[in-house]
Design a protein around this ligand. Structure first.
Ligand code: ADP
Ligand code: MG
Length: 258
């Protein structure tokens, strides 16, 4: 699964009197791991939600893999979104939680088929392919031994891996992750950070990761976009950011104790 390049071109967004994004542009290469880093309220989540199609920009455009995403519904954009608060289905097993996005997609396409007979004819093959994909995903995330468990019987880190699995199983070209580690305690955060890095090496999907934690950003990223007040101030590799911060805000933010 190769990633797709992601072009964000002059995105602007206002909520009431507040200009939340001011002409944000980013060119992200296929397979690159990019982090949006900045203080709370600087517009990171809003930008991610616009890319995902969950929010509409006032101006600007988003392209991925040569396609204009702006007119497309979220489910047609070929990307997967992992949130900070991930709600798993408590009554379903790990297997069924990971399979859920595929099953839902099947159900909505089945409803478009005109004949009941055709629905039944195709279903066995469909189930096999869902089974294969869930098992492949579980293997990458080392969840194979936990497929029969309910979420209540998992640790916080295991639950977060299931949430990642649910995004990964759709084989997205692009991953959007909004502070996926924020609810974990310090030890688990470092461990799950390693899992995300490994996932990125193995799967190669283009990843846009959001955090307000500079150590997370520098540990994971090919490049970091540092945001303040709805603007990208600097977009560079972690090494370049520390060597040559463009201004005092960037320099202070990178060196603050966390
Ligand atoms: P971050 O993720 O960097 O913390 P957000 O993108 O969540 O920042 O928010 C940026 C600004 O936009 C904040 O001032 C926030 O209060 C405001 N904002 C976000 N979503 C909405 C909304 N739906 N309605 C009004 N204001 C919003
Ligand atoms: Mg946010």
């Amino acid at each position: 699964m190769a990633g797709a390049e992601l072009h964000i071109d002059r995105i602007a967004k206002r909520f009431g009197a507040g200009q939340v994004l001011r002409d944000v542009s980013l060119e992200i290469a296929a397979g690159e791991f990019v982090t949006l880093l900045g203080p709370s309220g600087c517009g990171k989540s809003t930008l991610l939600r616009i890319i995902a199609g969950l929010e509409r920009a006032d101006r600007g455009s988003v392209r991925a893999g040569g396609r204009q995403l702006d007119p497309l519904a979220p489910k047609d954009r070929g990307l997967a979104f992992v949130f900070q608060s991930y709600a798993l289905y408590p009554h379903l097993s790990v297997f069924d939680n990971i399979a859920a996005p595929l099953v839902m997609r099947e159900l909505s396409s089945l409803e478009r088929l005109p004949f009941v007979g055709r629905r039944l004819a195709g279903s066995a093959a469909r189930h096999r392919s869902i089974d294969d994909r869930v098992r492949r995903t579980a293997k990458i995330l080392q969840l194979e031994a936990l497929l029969d468990r309910r979420p209540a019987a998992l640790s916080g880190g295991q639950r977060q891996r299931v949430a990642l699995g649910r995004a990964l199983v759709r084989e997205p070209q692009i991953f959007l992750m909004d502070e996926p580690l924020a609810n974990l305690d310090a030890g688990l955060r470092i461990h799950t950070r390693g899992e995300i890095a490994r996932l990125h090496r193995e799967v190669g999907a283009t990843t846009l990761f959001v955090t307000h934690d500079q150590s997370e950003a520098t540990a994971l990223s090919d490049r970091v976009a540092v945001m303040f007040g709805g603007e990208v101030r600097q977009f560079a590799s972690p090494v370049e950011l520390y060597r040559n911060p463009v201004d005092l805000d960037v320099a202070r933010f990178l060196t603050q104790p966390f």
